[in-house]
Design a protein around this ligand. Structure first.
Ligand code: PHE
Ligand code: ZN
Length: 885
């Protein structure tokens, strides 16, 4: 790509980094000893590195270092070394010895002024670090790249009264008192690691402790640290950690490798959480929970993320990435692992549906826009911009496809070989591919393009039954669409899981190529076109195609409406049962959106929905599944399915509202009965109670579309009497688009009750920001000035500004006011935190999708942002790629 220089901005032109330019490091680091002297101003860091030149070393060593780091001195083997050059990205040391030497570097940094929340910074008065991807260079000069692996010893010195807790990676090997009210600890991490896994915490923190006995009988101490007033909110995170440790032993034979595992929760954090070796640091929203302050969705997210970070100990830490282009090696794999864990802990089908919905709404959209990239990107300007739904979620789908192709046992064999070959190494996605193929003696060569090609393959499936020959023929085609920088594509192996459902609603036994293949078979579809003929098919079946969403593709089939209704009722595959209903709803909604504005409901859909709701009365009803099946495709998912240059968010909103309102009107009695039948006397956190809660709240959500004062009163009543946050938020959400006194009252009372709890306030901000009430932008602007908001706190920005961008009506207001507001915020945020600003500006990325007046208004704001002086590289990359694609 060509990138335009931001005007008079960074001293250097933002530089694009390419995978093809990878070179191994000039030196390896055998050992690193760090010493931090933490101060309110001027924290000093001394680093002693045992450096070993690689063969052919030129005597030069480049160390990354941010401009904010003050260099106090360099010594080599104990003597001052002044032959170096400092540039804006780091330090080039010259005339270094040709044999191993000791390098010592002293720097001074100002964590108290760090608003980027990368490197060493302060959150709620405590010191903490975030080094992935490239934050370590804000602490000291170092080869800040994941293939530079070393053991670390860390000494931390600080004021004892202010910072009684001093933590780093590994084992505590020394501690003591110092003069002037200060104290110190020394930590030693015996495992080699790249510096992005380094962590330090110093603070006045409370702690809960538990224990885990590993499968070989070792005792591990588990600790979770938070600010003291939150210490009673950590139990769920601890339970989740213990479950994760057990699951990884049982599923993959992976046992924890130190005597101590720490989690620290902090309020100011750019991302969700971080897998630093034995010292995970978490955004507090992913640790703290009580039934009164956190929703069922929060509980599930905590369980999943605690597991995710723990699982990184092997997939990420013990085996890490050679370079950042390999990010999906650890993230795709670890997301796959946490998805499987959550599926085992909860309802597997519902988990899969949630994961696929997210993939389709967010990742498919990314893969069709200017930021489309393969799960192994080819280049980046700022690595932070590549922690994407593509690398994570599509990456997890790619890992899942190995499992689908090789089976559970084959997959496990591949994992075992991967660890056997690469423990302690920094490797590539090719190495993972090779381990999977070799362990199974499988030829997966046509699978490889999943790593290098961007874009979501489009697969069509046409089935036909031949009653005379008793055969069912399935014809598949695939096309991978063009994406920026990739004009030609080749077919890629898509595992397509297929079953045939007989007229009795049961799966048929399948015969393919003369072999009996069970009731679900995985077709290895790796050509532009292929045909598969099942024989001995006694009666006309309905095919169930892409069961469990066996490949991340856009599927079109020739199934009729009757076929889909049949699958909704009969498919043994939970995902496809759900998908059949979604296909019906999507078809209806897209017709309405593209139509002439004369909205008409499809009676078959109302009937199908009534049947779904009626299913809740069955004795063993899967209520969580029913709640999901009742959901109408989101505005984002619909928008993604419309043509470039046509999206009018107001129309999508209208069409969705019409469908919801019509269903609510026609099914009112069923919804009210189901709501009542599933209203519990008292909160409980058992799976069945959670499922009933989600069903009940889905019913309330539908009913809120009715213009009926009684519904608003009932919803308010439920809000006021709720004994848990799930129900409170559901009721508040159901009021948030309604122009009524109950809404005003509920939001005011919620504030009164919860304004001391920042995590709960984020929910309050988010719900108001997302509201589709006309002119709600004024409310959002007022909230931005109010006491619940703080532009320096990422969670608050994501809730209020991110929430606002999710409002079809107000962000996309026809007068462009929403776009102008977002651009104002991005420009302001950019000076404080480039990562958060670039996430927010991403709401503009798909400007070309929209109808002409909105797309030109969005484009104008992108140009205004690009013209800002001193624009961060983070925002520059997103803005320039969006404009140029
Ligand atoms: N590696 C973290 C995870 O996915 C995410 C993260 C990336 C956190 C960069 C902070 C900074 O588990
Ligand atoms: Zn991760």
């Amino acid at each position: 790509m060509t990138t335009q220089t931001p005007q008079e901005t960074t001293k250097d032109v933002p530089k694009e980094i390419f995978l093809r330019d990878y070179k191994p490091p000039s030196h390896s680091f055998a050992k690193v000893e760090l010493a931090f002297d933490l101060r309110e101003q001027g924290t000093t860091v001394r680093s002693i590195i045992s450096a070993v030149p690689a063969s052919g070393s030129t005597g030069e060593l480049f160390l990354h270092g941010d401009e904010s780091v003050k260099l106090d001195g360099v010594t080599v083997n104990g003597s001052a070394h002044e032959r170096y050059e400092r540039g804006s990205k780091g330090l080039t040391l010259k005339d270094l010895p040709n044999e191993p030497f000791e390098l010592s570097i002293t720097t001074t940094i100002e964590p108290q002024e760090n608003t980027a929340l990368e490197g060493l910074y302060k959150s709620s008065g405590n010191f903490c670090t975030q080094c992935e991807a490239e934050g370590f260079r804000r602490i000291t000069f170092y080869q800040d790249r994941p293939d530079c692996m070393s053991t670390f010893t860390t000494r931390i010195e600080a004021d004892k009264a202010k910072y009684p807790v001093l933590l780093s990676n590994g084992n505590l090997i020394d501690s003591g008192e110092l003069e002037g009210g200060r104290h110190f600890t020394v930590w030693e991490d015996p495992w080699v690691k790249p510096c992005y896994l380094f962590a330090l915490v110093a603070g006045n923190l409370g702690m809960i402790e538990d224990k885990f006995k590993t499968m070989s009988g070792k005792d591990v101490t588990l600790r979770i640290f938070t600010e003291k007033h939150n210490i009673d909110k950590c139990a769920h995170a601890m339970t989740s950690l213990i479950k994760s440790m057990k699951w990884d032993e049982e599923t993959f034979g992976l046992e924890y490798d130190l005597d101590l595992f720490n989690i620290v929760a902090v309020d100011d954090f750019n991302m969700g959480a971080m897998e630093n070796k034995s010292l995970n640091i978490f955004n507090s929203r992913l640790v703290l929970a009580t039934p009164q302050s956190a929703t069922d969705a929060d509980y599930a997210a905590i369980e999943g993320v605690v597991a995710h970070e723990y699982f990184h100990n092997y997939t990420g830490n013990r085996v890490t990435c050679r370079d950042w282009f390999q990010l999906s090696l650890k993230e795709g794999l670890t997301v796959y692992r946490d998805q499987e864990f959550s599926a085992d802990m909860n309802s597997r089908g519902v988990k899969r549906i949630g994961d696929v919905s997210r993939l389709r709404t967010a990742q498919f959209a990314q893969d069709a826009g200017p930021m489309a990239h393969p799960i192994r990107p080819e280049s980046y300007i700022k690595m932070d911009n590549f922690y994407t739904v593509t690398v994570y979620e599509k990456g997890a789908e790619v890992v899942r496809m190995y499992e689908t192709l090789l089976g559970k046992d084959g997959f496990r064999k591949g994992m075992d070989l991967y660890f056997q070959r690469h423990d302690g190494q920094a490797v590539t996605t090719e190495d993972f591919f090779a381990a999977m193929s070799d362990a199974n003696g499988a030829d997966l060569s046509t699978f490889k393009p999943w790593y290098s090609q961007a874009g979501t393959p489009r697969v069509t499936a046409n089935g036909s039954y031949d009653a005379d020959a008793k055969t069912f023929t399935l014809s598949l085609t695939q096309v991978v669409p063009k994406t920026p920088g990739q004009d030609t594509k080749i077919p890629v192996m898509c595992p397509v899981a297929v079953g045939l459902v007989g007229p009795d609603g049961k799966d048929m036994e399948l015969t393919l190529d003369g072999k009996s293949v069970g009731t679900t078979t995985v077709l290895r579809f790796d050509k532009a076109e292929a045909t598969y003929t099942f024989t001995g098919v006694e009666a006309k079946p309905v095919p169930s195609i892409l069961r469990n969403f066996s490949a991340p593709v856009r599927l079109t089939t020739n199934l009729t409406q009757d076929d889909l209704v049949f699958l909704m009722a009969n498919d043994s595959d939970a995902f496809n049962r759900w998908e059949a209903g979604q296909t019906l709803l999507r078809t209806l909604l897209l017709d309405l959106i593209k139509g002439d504005g004369q909205y008409k409901m499809d009676a078959a859909i109302t009937t199908a929905m009534r049947a779904i709701i009626a299913g809740a009365k069955e004795p063993n009803a899967d209520k969580a599944f029913i709640a999901r099946a009742m959901m109408v495709p989101s505005a984002g998912e619909l928008s993604d399915m419309l043509d470039e240059g046509t999206v009018d968010p107001a129309k999508i909103h209208e069409a969705r509202t019409f469908v919801m309102k019509t269903l609510a009107t026609e099914l009112r009695a069923d919804l009210e009965a189901t709501m009542k039948a599933n209203s519990a006397e008292k909160y409980s956190n058992e799976p069945a109670d959670r499922a009933a809660r989600s069903l009940k709240n889905t019913c309330i959500g539908y009913l809120s579309y009715l213009d009926d004062a009684a519904i608003a009163a009932m919803t308010y009543e439920r809000f006021a009497s709720a004994d848990n946050m799930t129900d409170k938020i559901a009721a508040l959400n159901s009021l948030s688009d309604k122009e009524c006194d109950e809404r005003i009252k509920a939001f005011a009372e919620f504030y009164e009750e919860w304004n001391k709890d920042p995590l709960v306030m984020n929910k309050w901000l988010g719900l108001q920001a997302m509201s589709n009430l006309p002119n709600n932008i004024a409310n959002v602007k007022a909230l931005m000035e109010g006491p619940a908001f703080d532009i320096k706190n990422p969670n608050k920005v994501y809730s209020l500004i991110g929430g606002f961008c999710a409002s079809s009506v107000n962000f996309h207001a026809a007068d462009g006011s929403g776009y102008e507001f977002l651009a104002d915020v991005v420009i302001k945020l950019d000076d404080l935190n480039g990562q958060v600003a670039s996430r927010m500006v991403s709401a503009f990325t798909r400007w070309k999708k929209y109808e002409p007046s909105r797309s030109s208004a969005m484009r104008a704001q992108l140009e205004r942002i690009r013209a800002k002086k001193g624009l961060s590289e983070n925002v520059f990359e997103i803005v320039s790629k969006s404009l140029e694609a």
